[in-house]
Design a protein. Structure first.
Length: 81
């Protein structure tokens, strides 16, 4: 099993108690969709998470977190780690 698949399995396990989670390959990784919205995108070297925009600025100050840039602009509500 590759590191990508091990990490995907860890995320899958963390979301196991949530009903209706769908998986979709996107952004070169595996996206986990909850209630029709991308929640987490995971691959071994990084994870992109959807977070509450109200805590976005605080979370960006944490070590290892950075903004997600899509189509040239910052996507508030998503961070990479």
């Amino acid at each position: 099993m590759t590191d990508d698949h091990k990490f995907e399995d860890r995320v899958r396990g963390a979301l196991a108690d949530i009903s209706g989670v769908r998986e979709k390959r996107m952004f070169g990784s595996l996206g986990f969709i909850v209630r029709g919205k991308l929640c987490i995108s995971a691959r071994a070297e990084r994870m992109m998470c959807r977070i509450d925009p109200a805590i976005y600025d605080t979370e960006l100050k944490k070590p290892g977190c950075r903004a997600v840039i899509m189509k040239g602009s910052e996507s508030r509500g998503y961070i990479c780690r």
